[in-house]
Design a binder for this molecule. Sequence first.
Ligand code: SF4
Length: 292
Amino acid sequence: MPLISCFDPWQSGLCTCPKKLTLNPYTGCDHRCVYCYASSYIVGFSECKPKKDLLERLRLEAPKLVGEVISLSNSSDPYPKTEQYTGLTRRCLEILVEHNCRIQIITKSNLVVRDDDLLTQVPSTVAFTIATDNDQLAKILEPNAPLPSQRLSAAKDLIKQGIPVLVRIDPIIPFVNDQQQRLIKTLADIGVKHITSSTYKVKPDNWQRLSTALPTVVEKLERLYFKEGERVGGNVLLPRDLRLMILKNVRDLADAEGLKFGCCREGLERLNTATCDGSWLLSKAGGEGGSV
Ligand code: SF4
C-alpha cells in the first residue's frame, strides 16, 4: 500500500477539497481531542506510532511527487508530542522539499515553527485548528494538545516568515464554542488570511467522550442532534438550518474582517468565498522551488 495516497476522506460525498495527495507520518494521535473523528476508525488511536518504514517508503515514492500538493496530515496530527523527539515529520518535509512539492500542514501544535526553514523553501501553507481561543475550554476539548494561545503565537511567527496561515475553527459545538467574534478579530489582527469551519458531527465514540467532558450541555445537544438532527453516512449532524445559521455567522464575521471562508463537509459550499481547504493560498506563498 503506498504511503502517499489521494486525499478522499472517508469517501465523503460532502468533501469539496480540490485534488491533492495526503501523507500521515504517524498512525494515531496523542492530542486526545474529545470530538476526534479519526479515533472511530483505528483501535488504540491515542497511542501514536510512526508509519512502518516511513522514511524508506517516502524516499522510494518521492520522485513521482515533483510539484504535487501534499497535505500533512488528514487523519492524524503531523506534530504529536512524540515528534519533538523523533523528528520524523521534519525528515519527511526535507524529502518533500527536495522534490519540490507544495505543502499544506494541518496541525494543533506550535512545534511546526521548528520547521519554518523548510516551509519557506517551497510554496507552503499552515492550517492551525483552533476551535476556541479560551485555553481553559481547550483543555477540556483537547486535553493533550498545545494551548490555543501557543498556536496563535506560532501563527504570528510563521506569518512573519511569509508563510500563509489559515485557521480551522473546527468543530463548532452549539452552547460550547459557537461565539467566535473575538477569535476571528484576533486572527485578522495577526494576518491570518482564511478561515475554514465546520460543525461538530456525532460519531458513537466521540459522543461518549464529549458527553462525559461537557455534562452541562448534554441534554441540549441530545435534543439538537438525536431528535432534530440529520444522519449523513456514519455521522449525526445538526439540523441543516442551524448549521447554515452557525456557519453563515462565521462567514459574515470573516467577511467583515477581510478573510476568505470555506466550510468543510457540510453540503453548504454556497457559503464559500474561496477553496474550502485554503489551497488558494499556495499561489500566494513564497518559496523558490515551487511550480505555481
Ligand atoms: S488533533 Fe486531530 S487527529 Fe489528533 S486527536 Fe485531535 S482531532 Fe484527532
